[in-house]
Design a protein around this ligand. Structure first.
Ligand code: SIN
Length: 300
């Protein structure tokens, strides 16, 4: 085991969740005892902000691999060239005026890749270009969301399962904004999924309440973006139940709001949070982020 005497500083960022960690250079191999400190802080605070990190693509990938095997995002075409493990989120356009990648991957509350049989354990998002206006991100604490439910509702959802799907067309709650021009659909979450993407992402069913495999705490595991309906329940009844759970989860007291700075790396736990990109970036400003997504385990 590689060890050092390094103690990292941990500063809590809010009541809902979140902490900032300083004292580690993630571009270098992280000693085991330092990684243990990071893991302990992450399990406690759920979202960890590492400021002032100068990371190459390889270094971002290498640090992410400490948490488990990395996913290649099922869309495939929104990856950084030659780095399939890195999802590129940017509002940059090419010379022809087309968006070069996904620009608004997360503008509806979601947990990354919850539509997979083994949803993501954690994500690591690195800020490369940060706009002056907009581009913030929010996370909601789904432990707190579950714990805040009245006992009658906890009893009602115990053992219930819900369907998660990647293709937004399958989601009864959303359709593209009516004033969206065809060229704006490209690179947005409304862009039509190809047959290949659909084949990689069949509908999956997960428990509405999952137990975190490490902390043993219960968390709500549903989101507006990917949870399309409650399994084995009449559609209207299931939708009313889900909308109630979403509204309760997204209450202000469960949320941490993050304003980005260049060279920040954020690590979060997808098993007990949902998040959303707040948007509001003017076309004249550039926002570029790169994300790794670590594979998790089937929820129980
Ligand atoms: C994401 O949904 O993973 C990214 C959120 C963001 O771009 O702020």
């Amino acid at each position: 085991m590689v060890t050092t005497a390094t103690r990292l500083s941990v500063k809590k960022l809010g009541d809902a969740l979140g902490a900032e960690m300083r004292g580690v250079d993630l571009s270098r191999p992280v000693p085991d005892d330092v990684f243990e400190q990071i893991t302990a802080a992450w399990l406690e605070h759920i979202v960890i902000v590492f400021p002032d990190q100068k990371l190459s693509n390889e270094e971002h990938i290498q640090f992410s691999r400490r948490f488990g095997p990395l996913e290649i995002h099922p869309s495939r075409k929104h990856n950084v060239k030659n780095y399939p493990e890195l999802l590129l989120l940017t509002n940059r356009k090419d010379a022809a005026g087309n968006y070069v990648s996904l620009r608004d991957g997360g503008s509806i509350w979601h947990s990354d890749l919850s539509y997979m049989a083994e949803p993501s354990r954690c994500s690591l998002l690195y800020a490369i270009d940060v706009p002056v206006n907009g581009g913030d991100t929010e996370w909601a604490n789904m432990y707190k969301a579950y714990e805040s439910l009245p006992q009658s509702l906890k009893d009602r959802i115990a053992g219930l399962r819900a369907v998660h799907q990647f293709d937004l067309v399958e989601n009864p709650r959303f359709g593209p904004p009516v004033d969206m021009k065809p060229e704006e659909l490209k690179g947005s979450i409304w862009e039509k999924k190809s047959a290949a993407v659909k084949a990689r992402t069949p509908a999956v069913v997960h428990r509405i309440v999952r137990t975190h495999p490490v902390t043993g705490r219960k968390a709500l595991f549903v989101s507006r973006r990917f949870t399309t309906h409650v399994a084995d329940m009449e559609a209207d009844e299931g939708e009313a139940l889900l909308l109630d759970l979403f509204d309760r989860a997204e209450r202000a007291e469960h949320i941490y709001h993050h304003r980005w700075s260049v060279n920040q790396l954020l690590l979060w736990d997808n098993r007990c949070t949902v998040h959303l990109a707040c948007g509001g970036v003017p076309d004249s400003q550039i926002r570029t982020m790169q994300r790794t997504t670590v594979r998790g385990e089937a929820p129980v």
